[in-house]
Design a protein around this ligand. Structure first.
Ligand code: SF4
Length: 694
């Protein structure tokens, strides 16, 4: 902890980084942060924090913050600082001009998992009520949209089933496609604590992460599979369980849809789903698959935690459903110590999905085509809503290149750096006529913008975040917004400039509206959050103080539904020209595109993205530790420095994506999940060759 002076006052707020959602006490002297202290009564972190959260205030006060609205007619013109009124009225007039010329559906909005629930709710309301279409999406599209789809289909609710604390009752912990030690450090410590107490650990990951082997931890099983074969491995695990009779038949009979179980059982028991058959596809020896399946099914309370290594695949949704199948067939849903738990990358991925920021769903995951639900919102908002789903983010890009999508309002999301195939994204943005970016910094997307609206950091606004365990926590304003407006006030002002007033005085009133219109939030209010500290939804008449564990007694959808998980090889093929598979991930000290952590103390621990390559592949190419290498895919090429390591397997290379100059997403392609269009970031065929220093 760095002491910068004597604190005069403090407020408890929530970390703006990962999906753990740690509570911090911001200690202040006037409007300056003196220090951030992990809050001991924070239910998600119980007084712990990681190296990211502790220094998060650094970016809020960084000199790169843009504090004045700016406009320019063309992206080749210099920015011109203007008043809030001029910027908002210019943005509104441009949006209306585009709609008059190209039609109502020619504009849309993108919100971010870094926004509060209230801000995200306002963005989707602005798009639906003021733009008059459903062209709204969120960056959850590119991370956990398969979770939303897969868990809704099988269990009936698009959310994790447990509290973090529940892991302390687990006997077996299965981590798939996630490295909590880097992405969710405070929760990783809890997992490690439980493993030290004797819980058994299974890790499914193409890479040897800190969760597989570190000074105080060693997994019982590491299924080091080839990237892109998750669906194969999850089906093979199910094959072992069913063929050896390890399923929990009485749980299935009582709680699951029996026709779906019968169909699924028949599918799973096919010989081509056996561990031996899948070993050839996944590269994981059949005996390891068998051992892991037996341990998961018979080792006591078994909990699954998974991350973007599951979702960001062509079969991301299929694997999520495969995970739910495993948990249901072994009776591991509906009590402490078990469950299916997506580890959300960003602080408010769960909340951004809950708040209706998908083009097909209103808040609470209700389809826009449902006339009863639509009618409730129409009455509350005083408009007629379009019953047709709008465009997803990748569809917006395609429509822009077709000439039918011309205007975008983008709040808190750097789509140029974070979405795959940067060249494609940049071309789409260049084809638009008005892009409004609302952010803290002039990010990569702002290079293509015509209006820049200064954003506010988490320290400058009131609101709520919802973490990976569905826990709604307060974000509290500890200093006035540096640019004069909090983000929610900017959206309200833009709506007003568009002729659709949204007369809120405080984010608590926005939450009251969300609660009135969303059954799973009926019981949520700022007063109750003040009293309870935090609330896990559903919070309503049936559960006035919230719901720590979901699906107790029965599934939200009624009977749990098994869904067949046929494996298909991805279209992203390894060839002679592109013989290696690139997969991506994070490191502990940086967060996502790094826009925040690169502007804090964290930059001292990690100042570049590196390419991990196996010693055999490095030797074949004459690459030594620290050499510059060129990485080329079908989408593009970039240059990085190499780290030669056995953490990756032969044939696989790995990098992080925290620095724009390393261009990880210049090389990722725009293949995507069949159900949700979540990009297949985790599988890109590449060639790697030594190059001279760029
Ligand atoms: Fe907690 Fe995540 Fe913030 Fe670290 S980054 S302090 S684990 S919420």
């Amino acid at each position: 902890v760095i002491m910068l002076g004597q604190a005069e006052h403090s407020k408890v707020t929530t970390c703006a980084y990962c999906g753990v959602g740690c509570s911090f006490k911001a200690e202040m002297k006037g409007n300056e942060v003196v220090r951030m202290v992990p809050y001991k009564d924070g239910k998600a972190n119980q007084g712990h924090s990681c190296v990211k959260g502790r220094f998060a205030w650094g970016y809020a006060t960084h000199k790169d913050r843009i504090l004045n609205p700016m406009i320019r007619k063309s992206i080749n013109d210099p920015w011109r600082e203007v008043s809030w009124e001029e910027a908002l009225s210019y943005a509104a007039s441009e949006f209306r001009r585009i709609q008059a010329k190209h039609g109502k559906d020619s504009i849309g909005g993108i919100t971010s998992s870094r926004c509060t629930n209230e801000e995200t709710y306002l963005v989707q309301k602005l798009v639906r009520a003021a733009f008059g279409n459903n062209n709204v999406d969120t960056c959850a599209r590119v991370c956990h949209s398969p979770t939303g789809y897969g868990l809704k289909q099988t269990l009936g609710e698009s959310a994790g089933t447990q509290t973090f604390e529940s892991v302390m009752k687990s006997d077996v912990i299965l981590i798939m496609g996630a490295n909590p030690a880097a992405g969710h450090p405070v929760f990783a410590s809890q997992i490690k604590r439980r493993v030290r107490q004797g819980a058994r650990l299974i890790v499914i990951d193409p890479r040897t992460t800190e969760m597989v082997k570190s000074p105080h931890l060693k997994a019982d099983y590491h299924l080091k599979l080839r990237p892109g074969t998750n669906t194969a491995i999850i089906t093979a695990l199910a094959h072992v369980i069913l063929s050896e009779g390890l399923q929990n038949e009485s749980y299935i009979q009582e709680r699951c849809d029996l026709q779906s179980y019968k169909d699924w059982k028949q599918f799973v028991l096919r010989e081509d789903n056996s561990p031996e058959a899948m070993a050839a596809i996944t590269g994981v020896p059949a005996e390891i698959i068998r051992g892991a399946a037996r341990l998961y099914a018979t080792g006591g309370n078994a909990a699954i935690y998974y991350g973007l290594g599951v979702t960001e695949h062509a079969q991301g949704s299929t694997t999520v459903m495969g995970i739910a199948n495993l948990a249901m067939c072994t009776g591991n849903v509906g009590r402490e110590g078990v469950g299916v738990n997506p580890l959300r990358g960003q602080n408010n991925v769960q909340g951004s999905c809950d708040m209706g920021s998908f083009p097909h769903e209103l808040p609470g995951y209700r389809h826009i085509s449902d006339s009863t639900v639509r009618g409730q919102f129409e009455q509350a908002w005083g408009v007629t809503l379009n019953p047709e789903p709008g465009l997803r983010i990748p569809n917006m890009f395609d429509a822009a290149l077709d000439g039918s999508f011309k205007g975008l309002y983008c709040e808190g999301e750097d789509i140029v750096q974070s979405d795959p195939n940067t060249q494609h994204v940049a071309a789409a943005l260049q084809a638009m006529e008005c892009i409004v970016v609302q952010d803290l910094f002039l990010n990569e997307t702002a290079k293509y913008a015509h209006v820049f609206l200064p954003g506010s950091s988490f320290l400058e606004k009131d609101g709520t975040f919802t973490n990976a365990e569905r826990r709604i926590s307060r974000v509290r304003k500890v200093m006035p917004p540096k640019a004069g407006k909090s983000d929610w006030e900017v959206t309200v002002a833009l709506a007003e400039a568009l002729g659709y007033p949204m007369p809120y005085n405080h984010p608590s009133e926005i939450m009251d509206e969300i609660a009135a219109l969303t059954p799973s939030f009926h019981g949520v209010s700022y007063d109750k959050l003040e009293k309870l500290g935090s609330i896990q939804w559903p919070c309503n008449e049936a559960a006035p103080e919230g719901t720590p564990i979901m699906h107790v007694g029965s599934f939200i959808r009624g009977k749990g539904k098994f869904i067949n998980t046929q494996y298909f090889a991805t279209d992203e093929k390894v060839t002679q020209r592109y013989p290696l598979i690139l997969t991506t991930g994070r490191i502990l000290s940086q967060y996502n595109v790094g826009a925040q952590t690169r502007r804090t103390e964290n930059s001292q621990w990690h100042s570049e993205d590196r390419l991990e390559i196996h010693p055999h592949d490095a030797e074949d190419r004459g690459i030594r530790e620290g050499d510059w290498v060129g990485v080329e895919s079908r989408a593009g090429q970039t240059v990085l420095r190499a780290t030669v390591t056995e953490k990756v397997q032969p044939g696989v290379v790995y990098t992080t994506f925290h620095f724009p100059e390393s261009g990880a997403n210049v090389i990722t392609t725009d293949n995507s999940d069949w159900a949700t269009n979540c990009p297949e970031y985790k599988v890109t065929a590449v060639q790697v060759m030594p190059v001279t220093q760029p």
